[in-house]
Design a protein around this ligand. Structure first.
Ligand code: CA
Length: 96
């Protein structure tokens, strides 16, 4: 009985690891310019994710805004269903 339990566990693990290799490779990109109180916002961290409902969102790309406040991200993800991109912007710009 103990041998059978180990075999089942190994099969489930293999399926979970093999799963991301199926599906369709999809891409998403975003470009933008960040301003803080009308001035270019330099060095803000930006991250492009694919929102997942059953597990942690997938990070597809990350970067920082340049001296003009501009950024550009392009990333890929393999999914069975259509990817659901989201952009996170990390900044310290305070609106007054
Ligand atoms: Ca995903």
């Amino acid at each position: 009985m103990k041998t059978i339990s180990v075999a089942i566990f190994a099969a489930v693990l293999t399926f979970a690891i093999a799963l991301p290799t199926f599906g369709t490779l999809q891409s998403a990109g975003v470009t933008g310019r960040l301003l803080c109180q009308g001035k270019p916002y330099f060095n803000a961290k930006v991250k492009l994710y694919d929102i997942d409902t059953l597990d942690v969102d997938d990070l597809m790309a990350e970067g920082r805004s340049d001296k003009n406040g501009e950024f550009r991200l392009v990333g890929n993800e393999t999914e069975f269903t259509t990817i659901d991109p989201k952009l996170n912007i990390y900044h310290n710009c305070e609106l007054t």
